[in-house]
Design a binder for this molecule. Structure first.
Ligand code: C2E
Ligand code: CA
Ligand code: CA
Length: 722
């Protein structure tokens, strides 16, 4: 609709413009035509004047035959219709073509010729029956005295060419007298009076036939629009300098409509082309934008290695995908176990191949509505739908088997094993919290030797919360003296004498009372705080020993537990020495306890640290012997002063003869390298009796004494001295 209106408006506008253009053109062309017509008449007048001069010279025209010949020559030469001389004082007319006998006609010409310098008659037919002509005349003189008139009959057709409207299409021009009589025209016109023709015209307001007639009669410049036989015309009229004549230029303006239409179509076509071009450009831009958006999307949301979504994308789509899943939903976090080993041993390229394969297998095993992403280097997070835990477990273990079978790196024996941590989405919680919980379950799965598919348990979360609490207060507690030492005495199996003690840390928490080390040591090993705590305990032990010395009490050696983390600390031994020095305590009174597992995992490091400790005078004990797989060779080459049998060894040994034999074998082995044997966790008289019998040196356990507060221990020490 708007387009149609627009085209209509445009059409009209173009039409108006073209019409204005036509108006100014017809004005110009009309003026030019008038000039050229007047020039043509003047030129013919000049010819008549020139001939008149020759004729004058031959006055008194005795040689009639000679004159007639001359006139005939001039007629021919100038293409006149006739040329003649009318003598003023009677006598025959001398003319190129004879037979002019109309006296009245001759008389009028004679009079007008003498009166007017330039005489042009109205259009008339040649009196001798030739074509239509104008009569032009020049007076003839003998000296000052007029003697006659020379006249020429000039065919009106001769002016047709000067009346052509130059540069304006097929317009027509009329020279009319003020009464409308047509004197000459640009074509062989049938019109005799212009008003007769215009009487049939329909004039555009405010013009009318009358107004046009009036303007012509008054010789005013006219501009009129009218329609003749349905075709529009433009008429321009102006006065001529000859005979009060008037020049009318008529231009049919159909062509304006046609041109406007043509121009409009042309413009429309151009417009359409521009639109098309614009459209193509726009489409191209859209495609470009779409492409760059896709690129951007890929960079922002797709993992470039595997083509899987990345974690951001997963977080984005998680809420909606979760809503759309028909059954129960779970987040399963898959971790490739020992992926670092694959990278280290086979290179990143091969590692990448494994990741791609895993992604491929996971993608192929998704069900409708499920999705997955690569969340970190070797972790994939899956949003799965399931019926019950059993079914989900079966599905995940099937997936793990599939991955193991298909991803094992070719020409190497490295298996791609994985662990799953699963969080069942039973309550509406934010994505990242659900992910955290899946992580927690995965941590358990990674550390479990038996089951690598672990479901998140609320207890795990409580444990984590508890750990955070502990971490938040540990520094403060250390400064406030909330960590204390209990001493568990060790007794000689043979004499029953107390031979030493083990220092065991306790954490006095205002809210929870006394906290046992098993609840916080693993956490402190994770966050490194154990390094400071162990040194603190050593310092407390050193302080006790120096007190005992000052008070004249017996100084028994005290065993202090040290975490495996110290082995990597080059300042470890010097730090211990500084602490002991500060209290003037000799290293001989300190027994360093290192657990068996630490020693087996860092064989060479352990060896050098133990050597260093020996060199400084410390004695070294292997704690928890039997929890690992120490061999005789280990015992021999590490040269421990003491070996402590793990308390797990003893549990249930009363009823189990085999267990007893194993303990006996171990004791014999230790004896063979000359180390002191401490039996830990002795809880019953039977155990004590058995251990004593097989040759254990020292006993440590509830049967003999629980770990004691320092004051209690000091009492025990004093009693023994008495
Ligand atoms: P551990 O070094 O093997 O210490 C012996 C543990 O056995 C102590 O537990 C002790 O109370 C317990 N125990 C002693 N006799 C018996 C018994 O007859 N029956 C049973 N069931 N247990 C007995 P505690 O004090 O809870 O310490 C646990 C572990 O914490 C220690 O095991 C040691 O590995 C670690 N630990 C304790 N204090 C420190 C410390 O200052 N530094 C470091 N790094 N670790 C420490
Ligand atoms: Ca110990
Ligand atoms: Ca132990």
């Amino acid at each position: 609709m708007v387009l149609v209106a627009g085209v209509g408006f445009y059409w009209r506008h173009v039409g108006d413009m073209l019409e204005r253009d036509a108006t100014s053109q017809i004005t110009l062309a009309g003026n030019e035509t008038a000039e050229s017509f007047e020039r043509a008449i003047a030129a013919d007048q000049r010819i008549v004047d020139t001939i008149a001069i020759t004729v004058q010279q031959n006055y008194p025209w005795r040689s009639r035959a000679g004159l007639e010949r001359f006139l005939r020559l001039q007629v021919k030469y100038n293409e006149f219709e006739n040329l003649g001389i009318i003598p003023l004082h009677g006598g025959e007319v001398i003319s190129a073509k004879p037979g002019l006998t109309d006296r009245a006609w001759l008389q009028e010409i004679l009079l007008r010729g003498l009166e007017e310098d330039t005489f042009v008659s109205a259009r008339q037919t040649d009196p001798l029956g030739g074509p239509e002509v104008f009569v032009q005349a020049a007076s003839l003189h003998n000296g000052e005295e007029p003697v006659g008139v020379l006249f020429a009959l000039i065919p009106t057709k001769r002016y047709q060419s000067s009346l052509k409207l130059t540069s304006v299409g097929d317009g027509r021009v009329f020279v009319v007298a003020r009464d409308g009589r047509v004197e000459a025209s640009s074509s062989a016109s049938q019109d005799t009076n212009i008003f007769t023709t215009l009487a049939q015209a329909k004039f555009a307001r405010p013009n009318s036939l009358e107004s046009v007639r009036k303007q012509i009669q008054e010789g005013k410049t006219t501009f009129v629009r009218y329609q003749l036989n349905g075709s529009p015309r433009l008429l321009y009229g102006m006065a001529l300098k000859i005979n009060n004549w008037y020049l009318l230029s008529v231009l049919p303006t159909d062509f304006i409509q046609a041109q406007a239409q043509h121009l409009t179509w042309l413009s429309l076509a151009l417009f359409a082309c521009i639109c098309l071009l614009f459209g193509v450009l726009l489409a191209y831009m859209f495609r470009l934008r779409e492409y760059s958006n896709r690129q951007l999307f890929n960079t922002a949301f797709v993992d470039s290695l595997t083509g899987a979504y990345n974690l951001n994308r997963m977080a984005d789509i998680f809420p909606q995908r979760l809503r759309e899943l028909p059954e129960n939903a779970a987040l399963a976090l898959f971790d490739i176990l020992k992926f670092k080993v694959i990278n280290d041993m086979l290179g990143y390229e091969r590692g990448n191949v494994v990741l791609k394969q895993v992604a491929f297998l996971l993608r192929g095993n998704l069900m409708p509505g499920e999705c997955f992403c690569r969340s970190t280097a070797d972790n994939f997070l899956l949003l799965l739908s399931y019926k019950d835990r059993r079914e989900l477990r079966t599905r995940l273990s099937g997936l793990a088997t599939l991955i193991r079978r298909n991803c094992t790196v070719s020409d190497s024996c490295i298996m791609v094993d994985g662990a799953f941590g699963v969080y069942e989405l039973k309550e509406p919680i934010p994505f990242y919290i659900a992910l955290d919980r899946a992580h927690l379950a995965l941590d358990n799965a990674k550390h479990s030797s038996t089951d690598t598919i672990q479901f998140y348990d609320e207890k795990d979360r409580h444990r984590i919360v508890r750990e955070r609490q502990l971490e938040n207060t540990m520094e403060q507690s250390l400064e406030a003296g909330d960590f204390t030492v209990e001493l568990q005495p060790k007794f000689d199996f043979q004499t029953g004498q107390m031979k030493g003690a083990e220092a065991l840390v306790r954490w006095k928490q205002t809210a929870r009372g006394l906290v046992r080390p098993d609840d916080f040591i693993p956490l402190f090993e994770k966050n490194g705080f154990i390094l400071r705590l162990d040194m603190f305990i050593l310092q407390r032990v050193a302080r006790l020993l120096s007190c005992w010395k000052e008070q004249g009490k017996q100084q028994v050696p005290v065993a202090v537990n040290f975490s495996r983390l110290h082995l990597n600390d080059s300042r470890y031994i010097s730090q211990m020495l500084r602490t002991l020095e500060a209290y003037g305590v000799s290293p001989e009174l300190i027994e360093v306890e290192l657990t068996e597992s630490v020693i087996l995992n860092n064989w060479e490091l352990a060896q050098s640290v133990i050597r260093g400790l020996h060199n400084r005078g410390f004695s070294v004990a292997m704690d928890d012997f039997g929890s690992g797989y120490s061999s005789l060779n280990v015992l021999k080459s590490l040269q421990f002063d003491t070996i402590k049998l793990d308390k797990e060894f003893l549990s249930g040994c009363e009823q189990d003869a085999t267990a007893r034999r194993v303990i006996q074998g171990a004791v014999e082995m230790i004896k063979s390298v000359g180390a002191t044997i401490v039996a830990e966790g002795v809880e019953t008289a039977e155990q004590a009796e058995f251990l004593r019998k097989i040759g254990c040196d020292l006993a440590q356990g509830y049967y003999f004494s629980r770990p004691l507060a320092t004051e209690e221990f000091e009492q025990l020490l004093s009693q023994q001295n008495k």
